[in-house]
Structure formats: structure tokens, C-alpha cells
Design a protein around this ligand. Structure first.
Ligand code: F3S
Length: 430
């Protein structure tokens, strides 16, 4: 049992000397420190807040946030926001009901009052200004982003909840436990992958298989690097690319079907390059993945469905590279069903400058900023069947919105958008 040591300044915040908003934040962060036996608090450089959707928060959650803002709570480190269920600028044009939209807009305004930039994206790591550096301490509360930041960028964040990430943002500190410490970053599962991996969908399926097996463990993939192109240089990371797109899909599925906060890939991810197999604890479990069929069967949950109401790409939010792939596939065609490519507003703007957004939207698709289809009011938009290439979307959308789901490669999904129907075998390259 360790004792949480607070500095004189931290004790003063806890005593309410800097106002009730900061006191409440310190109470939350210190409580986590006591629960997890942290010895001290650590300064963070960035926070990312999930729990933005009014659909999930409800009036009680919004009232809690409003009161905190009224108490003077303001963030003290750069802080970004997860998506909500619609695009802020175009919700009317896209057909969202004011009954859904207006409380959602009030929610975003409360976050703005706290000084938070409404990036409204689950990929804060794709925005250069927010891209963490190795060793940076973060308080992030989007599980797919946490696993990416820890694994690919070697930054350090626990899987925060929305309120705890917000509390950390307000006081600029988090409790030093778990993934913030060297000991919390060692792998306790050795994973050998013995199936070929040709697409983002395959990487999502791998995330399903491993996440289901390891739960909240930390996998060390011994032989995954051959299925990945080299990671881009740091100044090109924000563009995405084949490796980034595969890793963000795999991490999201690892975190959705399990609760994986970090993985290592031998000879590939930064900590594995630096430390090799010394990262693995002595009594690590082993896992061999010999097929993806159980994952595909679970995620392609409704094989009887052939007519698709909505094809959704961009879970986690699409990179600039993914926008280019979609534009190349659908450009010059006329879509028979709805296509949403969900992305961050910063990436959408970059896609506009590159001409990708115009090509997708001229075909009849939408490049939707700010939005996660899981928390969108799909039923009121008359969407009952959906297709996706994202393992996490295949997990969450049926559970949250009752839609029937087809899961496949990017090409299968886009072909369905062009024809309106699901075609069984399309060669997978992305
Ligand atoms: Fe992002 Fe929603 Fe997927 S938050 S990771 S698009 S489920």
C-alpha cells in the first residue's frame, strides 16, 4: 500500500482554495490516485475527452457538465473532443432532427465554455498540433486513441473515462499509475499471427481475435511487422497511410472486443524496437491466431442482408489517405445508397484542399465531420442496414442502434455504395 503524496499546491486545490471547479477536478484525480496506489500526480501535456454525445449523456450528464463549467472549471492543457452524432455545421442539410441536434449543440457549447477546442474526432493523433511525442503523459478517454498513442507513438495514457480525463485537463495532472509507469507497459501475452493480413478489415478481425483472448492484457506481436509497410516519418503521420490505417483499425478492435490499452510489435513499434523481448514479463501467456473466420462471422453479423442503407467508412475517423482511396473508387460514379466517410473537421478541410471531398460528394457520398455513426440517430434517418470495413463499428452500431450489419473490405463496402447491394467476393487490397 503506497500513499499518495500531494504537493502543497495540489493540497490547496483539493481544499478548494482555487475554487469549486478545480476542487472537484482534484477530488476525481486524487481519488483515482488513492484507488490505484499512485505515489504522486504527473503533469500531462494533452487531454482528450470522450462522452460528448447527448444521446449517451442525457440531461443529467449535461447538467453535471454545466454545473462544473459554472463553478469556473477551465482546462489548463490543450484538450480535444471526441465525436458526437452529427456534423455541427451541416446537421440541418444532412437531415438531422432539431430534437436531436439542439441539445447536442448545447453540450458542445458547455465544453467550449471550459476552453476546449471542439475537434470532435476520435483520432486526435492525426492532427499535427496534438500529436503526442514519445514519453508524453496524456489523459485520453477514447479507447481507440489511447491504444494508438501508447503503442504507435509511445506516449503514455491510461484508458480514462470522460469525467476523469476532463478532471485531468482542468488541473493539468493525472495520477501516476498503470500505463504511465515503466512496469505497467510490459507485455503479458506473446501473440503469433499465422494468417495472412491483406486489408484494414483483416486487421480489425485480428483485433477481434486477440482482444477477445487477452481482455485487458498487453500483447507482444512477434511477427506482425511483415504485414505492415514502414511507419511514415513523424511529419507525415497525420496523413495516415497503409500502415497507420491498419494499426488504427486493429487498435480500435483490440480496445472494443477486449480492453487492450497498449500492444507492442517486434521490430516495429518504438518501445519494441528499443527494448525487444525484455518488454515481455517472465510468465507471459501465449496465443496463436490461425484463422480470422470466427471474427468475420461475428462482425459480418447479418449475411442474409443484401440491401444496404448506409455504408460507413472511417472508424476510427478516416485519414487523409483513406479519403483519397474512397475518392479514387467512387469518383465519377453515381452512388445508389448512402455513403458516410466520417472524419475529423481538420482532415475534412485537408481533403477539401486536395479535392477528395468534392469527388466523393459529387458521387453522392458525404464526408461527414464531427460524427460517429454509433451515436447518430440512425433510425430517424431511416437506416436499418449498414456496411463497414471497421471492426469497432461492426461491434458497436448493432448494439447501440439495432442496425443489421455487413462487414467486409473497403472495396466490398464501396461496391455496395455504388450498387446498393452487397457483393460477396471483391479483391481486398485496403
Ligand atoms: Fe470513432 Fe465512433 Fe469508431 S468514436 S472509433 S468512429 S465507434
Amino acid at each position: 500500500m503506497t500513499t499518495l503524496h500531494l504537493t502543497a499546491e495540489e493540497k490547496a486545490i483539493l481544499a478548494g482554495e482555487e475554487g469549486p471547479g478545480r476542487q472537484r477536478a482534484m477530488e476525481i484525480v486524487a481519488a483515482l490516485g488513492w484507488i490505484y496506489n499512485a505515489e504522486r500526480l504527473l503533469p500531462i501535456v494533452h487531454a482528450h475527452i470522450a462522452g460528448v454525445s447527448y444521446k449517451n449523456l442525457g440531461e443529467a450528464g449535461l447538467a453535471f457538465l454545466s454545473q462544473w463549467a459554472d463553478e469556473g472549471a477551465r482546462v489548463t492543457v490543450p484538450t480535444s473532443l471526441n465525436p458526437m452524432g452529427m456534423e455541427e455545421a451541416r446537421w440541418q442539410e444532412i437531415g438531422f432532427d432539431p430534437e436531436f441536434a439542439l441539445p447536442q449543440l448545447r453540450t458542445v457549447d458547455v465544453f467550449r465554455r471550459m476552453g476546449i477546442t471542439p475537434t470532435l474526432s476520435c483520432t486526435p493523433y492525426l492532427f499535427t498540433a496534438q500529436m503526442p511525442r514519445p514519453g508524453d503523459h496524456l489523459a485520453w478517454s477514447e479507447s481507440s486513441a489511447v491504444v494508438f498513442a501508447n503503442s504507435v507513438l509511445a506516449a503514455r495514457s491510461n484508458r480514462e473515462g470522460g469525467p476523469s480525463a476532463l478532471a485531468a485537463a482542468i488541473i493539468g495532472r493525472t495520477a501516476a499509475y498503470g500505463l504511465h509507469l515503466e512496469a505497467g507497459r510490459r507485455a503479458n501475452w506473446i501473440v503469433d499471427v499465422e494468417v495472412p493480413l491483406h486489408s484494414v478489415a483483416d486487421f480489425g478481425a485480428l483485433g477481434y481475435m486477440v482482444g477477445k483472448a487477452v481482455g485487458n492484457g498487453i500483447p507482444y506481436f512477434r511477427d506482425l511487422a511483415p504485414w505492415l509497410s514502414p511507419l511514415p516519418a513523424r511529419d507525415r503521420l497525420a496523413d495516415g497511410g497503409p500502415a497507420i490505417d491498419r494499426l488504427k483499425a486493429m487498435g480500435a478492435a483490440l480496445a472494443a472486443y477486449g480492453a487492450v490499452p497498449l500492444y507492442h510489435i517486434a521490430n516495429y513499434t518504438p518501445e519494441a524496437i528499443a527494448k525487444g523481448e525484455t518488454l515481455i514479463v517472465p510468465d507471459a501467456h501465449t496465443l496463436r491466431v490461425e484463422h480470422l473466420a470466427p471474427a468475420i462471422a461475428a462482425m459480418d453479423a447479418n449475411p442474409e442482408v443484401t440491401q444496404i442503407d448506409l455504408v460507413t467508412i472511417g472508424c476510427p475517423h478516416a485519414s487523409l489517405h483513406e479519403l483519397s482511396l474512397v475518392a479514387d473508387f467512387v469518383g465519377g460514379k453515381s452512388l445508389r445508397t448512402k455513403l458516410w466517410v466520417t472524419t475529423g473537421r481538420i482532415t475534412r478541410q485537408r481533403g477539401l484542399e486536395a479535392g477528395y471531398v468534392q469527388r466523393i460528394e459529387a458521387a453522392g457520398g458525404l464526408v461527414v465531420a464531427d460524427t460517429c455513426a454509433v451515436v447518430a440517430p440512425l433510425r430517424s434517418l431511416h437506416i436499418h442496414t449498414m456496411a463497414t470495413n471497421a471492426g469497432k463499428m461492426a461491434c458497436y452500431a448493432p448494439a447501440h442502434s439495432g442496425v443489421k450489419m455487413r462487414f467486409g473490405t473497403l472495396e466490398q463496402c464501396l461496391e455496395a455504395a455504388v450498387t446498393g447491394a452487397w457483393a460477396a467476393d471483391t479483391a481486398a487490397t485496403h
